[in-house]
Design a protein around this ligand. Structure first.
Ligand code: SF4
Ligand code: SF4
Length: 82
């Protein structure tokens, strides 16, 4: 399957994150000191903020979604995962 081949290439993980209401409730972004304040969330699934805020830390590693999808890295509002 295409998704599996993407995963093997290390590309598919973040495209597979489901930004459903259920998962959005787990997103920690709105409580984060680095939150861009753009009323968005789940940057791991939706990509970087248009105007990222100053880096004051990241709560992603404490997030349910992060562990549910076995994500790597953090600060998804500031940069796309490698
Ligand atoms: S992606 Fe990380 S740094 Fe950015 S707002 Fe969410 S928890 Fe904070
Ligand atoms: S991993 Fe980060 S960006 Fe993704 S849902 Fe959790 S807190 Fe939000």
């Amino acid at each position: 399957m295409e998704a599996n081949s993407d995963l093997k290439k290390g590309m598919g993980k973040y495209f597979g994150v489901c930004p459903s209401y259920h998962h959005s409730k787990g997103c920690r972004c709105s409580n984060c000191p680095s939150y861009p304040g753009d009323d968005r969330y789940m940057y791991c699934a939706r990509g970087v903020a248009e105007s990222p805020a100053e880096d004051k830390g990241c709560l992603c590693r404490d997030c349910y979604v992060y562990h549910q999808f076995a994500l790597e890295g953090d600060k998804f509002c500031m940069r796309n995962p490698e």
